[in-house]
Each structure stands twice: as structure tokens, then as C-alpha cells.
Design a protein around this ligand. Structure first.
Ligand SMILES: [Zn+2]
Length: 393
């Protein structure tokens, strides 16, 4: 049984032009002493630290907690002196001479079945090697770490690893340090490579903090959370509502379907995502089923993030991957009634609720009877339905 997945913190430092390093064999030092100390504290606060195999080969890092006081505090709290050190290598080509294997706490290497066969004899006595099948899937890595009791995982690169965590929507926090220098070399590694990041360039992350540390700036983001709605999102500002460009409706509904994939699994309820978009195209709130509580519905979770009576709702469109419920078993007020009470004039859905959990589905009927425009975009029906393919009926 996989345990709960750890909280994933991505940590990186980059130049002003977005590079992690220059193209020379020597590692470019981007941070100063104050920031290295900050990173040391983050490691000390983590149960495990992870770097990719490429970074091990290129930089030969030790990944230690250097401050003796922090190590003592870990021991005093009943934790191991050092966090577990984790690496990923599909090929299994990792040299036993690397410093990673000879310092600090326990070591763990995830590989493919074929890679693990090569790696086990190489690392005998130095590290545990875990075979994950034909590929090294990050989801499987997080499940395994969770089962080992890892609650906080710090990911320290490199570029490929950061790209994968962000593209797969698996990072809970990003700590990005920007150093005041320009690398300017085409072949230097970038912070992230090209990828299909969730939401694409239109999606703005929530900024948690901006802090100067010596001569660098630390930016902390919550990659899974959209930027707060009080700030305008110029990139998102495509008008919605009747007569709006079909592209904007499709884009927001696609986002709702994407959110539906984040729902904690359930055999007794649909997985639904919802996005509330103001008339000017500003994304006001997002939600998904079981987001905070096992009984949460997506529309309910999204509306619940806005102040009651928010005047922007009077011109908003609510995008839901599934027709809002007209009756429900879990709570007294169905989402259709929540939408009516909120004064939302327009609802866009990907598919109609099948009679899986309630005898009569009448959410759209309720909305229409209240004068709300209900638009169905069948282009996304199959995608939205596929998220619920495991349910009966
Ligand atoms: Zn509902």
C-alpha cells in the first residue's frame, strides 16, 4: 500500500537568463554563503533529498546537512542525523566512486529493472536499489517514498528532474533563486526544458514569497495553486460569456477537465473539476471533487474560495467537467442550487451526469429553469468521461 505522497519542494538556483550552470566542466556557483546556508536549513527540514543521476555525474555533490547544530537538532527530534539521499537513474550507469554514496545518511537509487540489475552489484553495501519496471515514473517514486515514511522531499535538480516534476504537476513548492549574473551560453543547462506544463503559459502560479538573500533573490511559488484572483491576469484576459470566442470556453473547460484528474480517487463519486471565470476573463477560483473533504464537489469547492456575494459572480461563467448536480447524497445543497444562489449567469460543461449515483439527474434543468445559460461542449466530453472510466454505469 502506498502511503501518502510526500510534500515535494523543488529547489533551484538560476542566472538572470535562466541557466542552472554554464557550459564549462566546473560547476558555476550561483548563490552566496547566505543562500547556501538557507539551502542547508531546507535540507535539514526534509526527510529526503533527491537529485537526478545526470546531476550526480556532472556535479558529484555530497548533499549533506553541513551545520552541526541542525544535525544535532534532527537527532534530538528522533530523526536520522541526515536526510535520506535519493537519486534516479533509468540507465543505472552510476559510478560507485561518486561522493553521494560515501557521505551523509542512507542512500536510495530508483532505476528501471534493467538499470537496477547493473546498479545493484555496483552499489553493493553503499545504497539500496529499487527497480520500478520498464521506466522510472515519478509517481511510483513518490508512492515508494511515502511508504517509507518520507513526508517532505527536497528535489535539487537537475534540469530534467525539475522539468518532469513540474510537467507532471507533482511539485508542491518551488524555491527558485535568481542570481545577478548572465551565463549567455547556448549549451548551458536551463532551469527547465521544453515540456507540456499544466495549464500552459496562460497559467500563473501563486507567489508565496520574494526575499533577498545576500545578492540573490529567493522566489517561492506554489506550482499547484493558481495566482490569487485579486491581480489581473493579462494572459488570461480573453472575454467569456455569450458571444465569447469559442477558444476561451474550450480553454477554461479543458482546465476544468485537467483539475478533475487531481481528485482523490473514489469509487462512489465522480471526479470533477471546476473553474470560475469573470466576465473579463479573469480566473476567479478553481476547485475539484474531494479537494479538502471527502464530500466536496468541484463547483462547491471553487465557489467556496470566493467571498459570499462576490459581485464578479454576477457576470461569471462556471466551467465544470461534469453537469452540476441537481441532487446529491453527501450534502443537502446540490451544486445547481449553489450556482443559482451565487447569481452565476452561465455554466459550461463537458458532459451530462449519467444516472450512476442518483436516480434522476436534473442539474442542467434546474439551472435553465433559473434562467442560467447552460452550454455543453461535446469536444471535451470523452476526455472528461475518461477520468471517471472506473465508475460503474
Ligand atoms: Zn455537485
Amino acid at each position: 500500500m502506498p502511503g501518502p505522497r510526500p510534500f515535494v519542494l523543488l529547489s533551484a538556483a538560476m542566472s538572470l537568463d535562466g541557466f542552472l550552470d554554464d557550459a564549462s566542466p566546473e560547476r558555476l556557483l550561483l548563490s552566496g554563503a547566505a543562500d547556501f546556508d538557507r539551502v542547508d536549513a531546507e535540507r535539514a527540514a526534509s526527510d529526503a533529498v533527491l537529485v537526478g543521476g545526470n546531476t550526480l555525474r556532472a556535479d558529484n555533490p555530497r548533499l549533506l546537512v553541513n551545520d552541526p547544530g541542525r544535525r544535532a537538532a534532527r537527532l534530538a527530534a528522533g530523526r536520522p542525523e541526515y536526510p535520506l539521499k535519493v537519486t534516479l537513474s533509468a540507465s543505472g550507469r552510476l559510478d560507485r566512486a561518486l561522493r553521494f554514496w560515501h557521505t551523509g545518511g542512507e542512500r536510495l537509487a530508483y532505476s528501471t529493472d534493467a538499470g537496477a540489475a547493473a546498479l545493484r552489484p555496483e552499489l553493493a553495501g553503499l545504497a539500496e536499489v529499487v527497480a520500478l519496471g520498464a521506466t522510472v515514473e515519478l509517481g511510483a517514486v513518490l508512492d515508494d517514498l511515502g511508504a517509507r515514511g518520507v513526508r517532505r522531499l527536497m528535489v535539487e535538480g537537475g534540469s530534467g528532474v525539475h522539468t518532469q516534476f513540474l510537467a507532471q504537476g507533482l511539485a508542491d513548492e518551488l524555491q527558485l533563486v535568481v542570481a545577478p549574473l548572465l551565463v549567455g551560453q547556448e549549451r548551458a543547462p536551463r532551469f527547465v526544458g521544453p515540456a507540456d506544463f499544466p495549464g500552459g503559459p496562460a497559467r500563473r502560479m501563486r507567489l508565496l514569497e520574494a526575499r533577498t538573500v545576500g545578492d540573490v533573490v529567493l522566489l517561492r511559488y506554489a506550482p499547484k495553486e493558481p495566482a490569487p484572483v485579486t491581480e489581473p491576469h493579462p494572459v488570461n484576459a480573453a472575454a467569456t460569456g455569450p458571444g465569447a470566442p469559442a477558444g476561451a470556453d474550450l480553454r477554461h473547460l479543458r482546465r476544468a477537465v485537467e483539475l478533475s484528474r487531481r481528485c482523490p480517487p473514489s469509487r462512489t463519486a465522480f471526479s470533477v473539476g471546476a473553474v470560475v471565470v469573470a466576465a473579463d476573463g479573469t480566473v476567479l477560483a478553481e476547485g475539484f471533487s474531494r479537494e479538502a473533504d471527502a464530500h466536496d464537489h468541484a463547483e462547491e469547492a471553487a465557489l467556496g474560495k470566493l467571498p459570499a456575494g462576490d459581485p464578479r459572480l454576477r457576470g461569471a461563467t462556471v466551467y465544470s467537467s461534469l453537469e452540476p448536480c441537481g441532487q446529491r447524497a453527501s450534502r443537502p445543497v446540490p451544486c445547481a442550487e449553489l450556482l443559482i444562489a451565487a447569481g452565476v449567469p452561465r455554466v459550461v460543461v463537458a458532459w451530462r451526469e449519467p444516472a450512476t449515483f442518483v436516480a434522476e439527474t436534473r442539474g442542467a434543468g434546474l439551472l435553465e429553469a433559473a434562467g442560467i445559460e447552460v452550454v455543453e461542449l461535446p469536444e471535451l466530453a470523452e476526455e472528461a468521461r475518461a477520468v471517471n472510466a472506473h465508475l460503474p454505469g
